[in-house]
Design a protein around this ligand. Structure first.
Ligand code: B12
Ligand code: SF4
Length: 519
């Protein structure tokens, strides 16, 4: 069998980092690890090719070569995915769709011949056999979530490695918490399952052997879901790094209770972790309680962030607007919090009720679901009837993005973060803090685009002067963040223009006449 694995294109959104990636000559942030894993699970005698349409074109001759097409994706990639499925169907090519999108959209909506819901490890053998014999079923779903020990070494040979800014390695799946809006726990469960440490080291060895020397994202849902297992890996990572002169820097996703465990943070620092994404969601405690995000309550969120930053880790934060508890002052509170946090990359989104989540089920019971949504929480579309007036919510959201990604506000946060993490004189720095070959290229492009042609040249040069003097011991990190800021500035400008031109879209016909909120 000739199996063609295809990863659909992401739309240009706040979190595609598209405009920043251009600075470093990369086309996408990360490779499709799901498909690389599926490829490794397929029979050895099958021929495999992978086309990631985010970094290369899907040609007719690729399709002509294939006996079967396997697609993966997130909900947000649905437009591209459906177009590819259609293209395959027109040629009479058999299609299989898997990945998170298969848990968000129904088999009918996906229009593929076969849909695989959830993780593939335990069922791919049967699927492959059925495909060979022409007896494959419409839907596959494993009765139980597989142990991660059964996950194979991802097939690295199928990707064009140098087109990505970061490589991906997964240690665990699942998260022990129970946030109402979260689909992670529905797809991957609440019991964190980890690989063996040796499996992770084998993946790192594979990357190293292929010449990779840049950042590695440990793509866990919550890296510290099982703290003891995380510590075990971290000790091994620190040893692995010290074994080689060249080493990777790591980043990951974790829950905020990381701030409560100094040993864990120290181990992360020693293992080369320099950034962590945290779901902070809202500075409003009543919102956290209502969303069942209890691990973020009964603490100072700002102090927790500062503690993590003091271990040399950049905190990236996820924030949500549109909780039922949000009042009109939430927008100002959100901006104030983000500015004080020193979180340069604050991913603020509108609440989305993802199909399959507890939130979706509750809102459906309350008659407030409008549609399945599109998986993008950064547009102007709500897929449910909010408590606050929808127009006010979208307008407030837009104002938050405009304010936090104005040049001045953004550079202020970067400086606050640098002041908290800059290594002391004589202290060891991570690769990312220095000007490396990767960020040196970004530096030069940034000077031209932001310093010469940029609309906010003046703020840029002021920031550059501070980076070169006060924060010179982490100049590389400062430059990387300047480039990221450029992406957010472009996206904020575009979003404002698009929203100015658009009428508020909440699928008005589904909302009772005269109502744009629940009240
Ligand atoms: C790394 C990551 C990213 C990376 C991109 C990675 C990439 N190249 O695709 C970045 C940081 C850029 C990113 C961005 C976003 N992400 Co993201 N991301 C992840 C994360 C943490 C890991 C992905 C991964 O590599 N997993 C490891 C692989 C091995 O797992 P897997 O893909 O699930 O594959 C397994 C099975 O699904 C199955 N399978 C997968 N594909 C296929 C195909 C076939 C044919 C078969 C048979 C089986 C199969 O087999 C695999 C082995 O079991 C996941 C969470 C997660 N646990 O997966 C979220 C996740 C995929 N992201 C998500 C979201 C929402 C986003 C954003 C839309 C966030 C936002 N709010 O804007 C953005 C979109 C980007 C954009 N341009 O706008 C959601 C998707 C939800 C959904 N139902 O679609 C997830 C699940 C997390 C969450 N709930 O919040 N993301
Ligand atoms: S902490 Fe994050 S991954 Fe865990 S349940 Fe909450 S939102 Fe989901």
């Amino acid at each position: 069998m000739n199996a063609l694995l295809i990863y659909p294109e992401f739309p240009e959104t706040f979190w595609s980092f598209k405009h920043a990636l251009k600075f470093v000559g990369k086309r996408a942030a990360q490779p499709p690890l799901g498909l690389m894993t599926v490829a490794a699970l397929l029979p050895r005698d099958w021929k495999k090719r992978l086309v990631d349409t985010n970094v290369e074109r899907l040609r007719d001759r690729d399709l002509a070569w294939a006996d079967v097409v396997l697609l993966s994706g997130m909900h947000i990639q649905s437009t591209s995915l459906l177009a590819i499925v259609e293209r395959c169907r027109a040629r009479g090519l058999r299609t299989v769709v898997g990945g998170p999108i298969a848990s968000s959209l129904s088999a009918d909506e996906l229009k593929a011949d076969h849909v695989v819901i959830g993780e593939a490890e335990s069922l791919i053998g049967q699927l492959a056999q059925d495909l060979e014999q022409g007896t494959a079923k419409a839907t596959y779903q494993a009765a139980e979530r597989p142990e991660m020990m059964s996950s194979p070494l991802p097939d690295l040979s199928l990707i064009k490695m140098n087109r990505y800014s970061t490589m991906a390695v997964q240690y665990s799946r699942g998260c022990p918490f129970n946030c109402e809006f979260c689909d992670i726990i529905e797809i991957y469960g609440r019991r964190p399952r980890t690989k063996a440490v040796a499996q992770v080291l084998a993946e790192l060895d594979q990357l190293r052997a292929a010449g990779w020397r840049e950042a590695v994202f440990i793509v866990d849902d919550n890296f510290i879901g099982n703290k003891e297992r995380a510590k075990e890996l971290l000790r091994a990572l620190a040893e692995w790094r010290s074994q080689y002169k060249t080493s990777f820097d790591f980043n990951t996703e974790a829950s905020l209770n990381l701030a409560d465990d100094p040993e864990l943070m120290l181990l992360m620092k020693d293992a080369g972790f320099n950034a962590v994404f945290l779901g902070i969601e809202t500075p409003d405690e009543s919102g956290l309680i209502a969303a069942n995000k209890l691990q973020n309550t009964r603490r100072s969120l700002l102090d927790s962030v500062a503690i993590i930053q003091s271990y040399g880790m950049q905190v990236m934060g996820g924030f949500i607007l549109g909780f039922d508890t949000d009042r009109e002052d939430i927008f100002d509170r959100m901006v104030e919090f983000i500015q004080k946090s020193g979180i340069p990359i604050a991913m603020v989104g509108l609440l989305q009720a993802m199909p399959g989540t507890q939130l979706f089920r509750r809102l459906r019971r309350e008659g407030r679901i409008v549609d399945a949504g599109g998986g993008d929480n950064t547009g102007d579309k709500l897929n449910f009837l909010p408590n606050m007036d929808a127009a006010k919510l979208v307008e407030g959201y837009r104002s938050v993005l405009k304010r936090i990604y104005s040049c001045e506000a953004y550079y202020e946060r970067v400086k606050l973060y640098l002041s908290r993490t800059q290594p002391k004189a004589g202290e060891r720095t991570s690769r990312q803090q220095w000007l490396t070959r990767g960020n040196a290229r970004a530096f030069v492009t940034s000077i031209v685009r932001q310093g010469v042609f940029g609309q906010q040249r003046w703020s840029y040069w002021k920031f550059l002067a501070a980076a070169a003097t006060r924060y010179r011991r982490c100049f590389g990190a400062a430059m990387t963040l300047a480039v990221m800021g450029y992406h957010f500035q472009v996206m904020t400008r575009r979003m404002s223009e698009a929203l100015d031109a658009a009428v508020l879209t909440t699928e008005m016909d589904a909302i009772p006449a005269g109502e744009t909120s629940r009240r």
